[in-house]
Ligand binder design. Structure first.
Ligand code: ATP
Ligand code: MG
Length: 555
């Protein structure tokens, strides 16, 4: 086999070594979301990392819902998460799991720990447990219930399960070391009483395992070899290893931590997104201004663009923040050759060609994408009355303005040269109509000998235009001020959404379906809004504008 020349990230290096040393034959990874919200761009990193590793090593990738906390979990979120993971291209095949399916095994593991003298039922209240826990500089104190006999512990734990105790009255704790410098090892709670219905198991259980106890067991049961999580769990790793060892799993999974993905000045945390949704500041979890996967999809991002983005971000152990412009760069690059380039006028003003025959419509040829001839050509109707962008005409142009102004000639993209011969205004001084004459010899905008124009503008013929609503987005956060106010609330940008009610599209855009996307020449990339667009009243989202100062970071 040829030697791999691309540099390996630190996780690949660990896996290479584990395989070389025979610690595992192949790889099994998982993505373990808690079904308490929608996934966001940060989760995409975790999903694609885990799936990518499994694929690279010819191993397996599991999707497992970490549904051990019944309070916040909902079936709605299970469904949205499945849809998002699949859309991103990560295939769990037939390995869709729920941590709640392992509740019985977790309970048995707890009983085993009790029998080994490694767990005990504790009657201290939550506040007392906290007080006994000590601090980073002082050791904790042992619970007065720490030395209960195995028999008593078994009986009490069984009674906990049977519903004899109220929430918080008793907990099961691991018996490890109250003097450990690692707070997580100071007799952590591993089971609690919670009289709550669970989205999956209903009222079967009233004791639920804690995350630090449940997670290693879930991984071990599934034969996960490398359990990849984010940095905040680094201090939990000794407990993870303790659980795996004490419960006696033969093939211990290995926890590896990497740095979370953060976007500068962008809200990613589930908690904040939830707040924006609940307060009605956005129109749902898939509002195109958010960076939930559902929102990115609705805005018009493609799985490929997100894959590329995650690749560019790389995997690291140190926390950093990436610019949103990099995400925009990735979608622009992805759509550049794939999408047709159409004409759409977003801020229309009428242009009348005085010497063009009234009622005549002719069909002109236009390339769908000059950089990719495979996308073919289309016919664009042309007529006497057109719409052009308001900003493409000026009554009194500044220097270097090459678009329309009285006496000036421009090229109408894919059509003719036109010369401005006059204009009309309303009582408020707004330009309402621009008058031009055209030169029939300049058809298809190629010009003819001795004649050049400096400006080219796009247009849409009025009689065949489709009227559409177009939504322009900006960051929901006011970037000047940063994400959070002093009181922890979000600094919102009041201009994050601009709705343009009267835009005109060329008729080739009729019949565009939800999620279809296009370049609108000179404007950017736009996508049919999946929620609000109707065949007779289309709605487009701007995915991204065309220009950017973003430069790809040097590798
Ligand atoms: P958030 O804190 O944003 O609400 P979470 O960590 O609570 O997310 P989980 O459902 O617990 O969400 O996370 C599932 C997996 O996704 C975990 O393995 C977690 O480490 C990973 N993950 C969460 N946020 C990020 C992120 N910003 N970058 C990379 N991975 C992440
Ligand atoms: Mg979490």
């Amino acid at each position: 086999m040829e030697k791999e020349t691309v540099s390996r990230n630190f996780i690949e290096q660990i896996i290479d070594k584990d395989i070389a040393e025979g610690k595992c034959e192949t790889v099994c990874t998982r993505f373990p979301p808690e079904p308490n919200g929608y996934l966001h761009i940060g989760h995409a990193k975790s999903i694609l990392l885990n799936y990518g590793l499994a694929k690279q090593y010819g191993g397996k990738f599991n999707l497992r819902f970490d549904d051990t906390n019944p309070t916040k979990e909902k079936t709605e979120f299970v469904e949205s998460i499945k849809a998002d993971v699949a859309w991103l291209g990560a295939d769990w095949e037939d390995r869709l799991f729920f941590a709640s399916d392992y509740f019985e095994q977790m309970y048995e593991a707890a009983v085993l720990l009790i029998k080994k003298g490694k767990a005990f039922v504790c009657d201290l209240s939550a506040d007392e447990i906290r007080a006994y826990r000590g601090t980073l500089t002082e050791p904790g104190r042992e619970s007065p219930w720490r030395d209960r006999s195995v028999e008593e512990n078994l009986r009490l734990f069984e009674e906990m399960r049977a519903g004899r105790y109220a929430d918080g009255e008793k907990v099961l704790r691991a018996k490890i070391d109250m003097a450990s410098p690692n707070m997580n090892m100071r007799d952590p709670v591993i089971y609690r009483v919670a009289h709550m219905s669970h989205h999956n198991t209903g009222d079967k259980w009233c004791v639920y395992p804690m995350y630090d106890f449940a997670h290693p067991i879930e991984d071990a049961i599934e034969g996960v070899t490398h359990s990849i999580c984010t940095l905040e769990f680094e201090d939990h790793r000794p407990l993870y290893d303790w659980v795996v060892r004490e419960v006696g799993y033969e093939k211990p999974p290995k926890q590896i931590e990497f740095a979370k993905l953060y976007l500068t000045n962008v809200v990613t945390g589930k908690r904040y997104i939830k707040k924006l949704v609940e307060e009605g500041i956005v129109d749902g979890w898939d509002d195109p201004r958010l960076v939930s996967i559902a929102a990115l999809k609705r805005r018009g991002f493609t799985p490929e663009s997100i894959q590329r983005f995650v690749e560019l971000c790389g995997i690291s152990k140190s926390q950093s923040s990436v610019d949103y412009a990099m995400l925009e760069y990735c979608i622009r690059e992805d759509l550049k050759l794939k999408r047709a380039r159409m004409m759409a006028v977003l801020d229309p003003v009428k242009l009348v060609i005085d010497n063009y025959p009234e009622g005549q419509v002719e069909y002109l040829d236009a390339d769908n994408n000059l950089e990719n001839p495979e996308l073919g050509t289309r016919k664009v109707p042309f007529g006497r009355e057109l719409y052009i962008e308001r900003e493409d005409f000026m009554e009194e142009p500044p220097r270097k303005y090459f678009r329309l102004f009285p006496g000036n000639e421009v090229r109408l993209m894919n059509a003719y040269f036109v010369k401005c011969v006059g204009f009309e205004k309303d009582a408020d001084g707004n330009v309402t109509v621009i008058h031009c004459t055209y030169n029939p010899e300049t058809k298809c905008g190629t010009g003819f000998e001795g004649r050049k124009v400096k400006g080219t503008i796009h247009w849409v013929a009025a009689s065949t235009a489709i009227k559409a609503q177009v939504r322009l987005y900006e960051n929901i956060i006011d970037e000047e001020k940063g994400v959070y106010n002093e009181d922890g609330s979000l600094n919102l940008n009041p201009n994050s959404l601009t709705v343009l009610e009267e835009c005109y599209l060329e008729p080739a855009l009729a019949g565009a379906k939800a999620y279809d996307s296009f370049q609108f020449v000179r404007q950017g990339y736009f996508c049919v809004d999946a929620r609000d667009s109707r065949p007779d009243a289309p709605v487009f989202n701007r995915i991204v504008s065309l220009k950017s100062s973003f430069k790809l970071p040097k590798a």
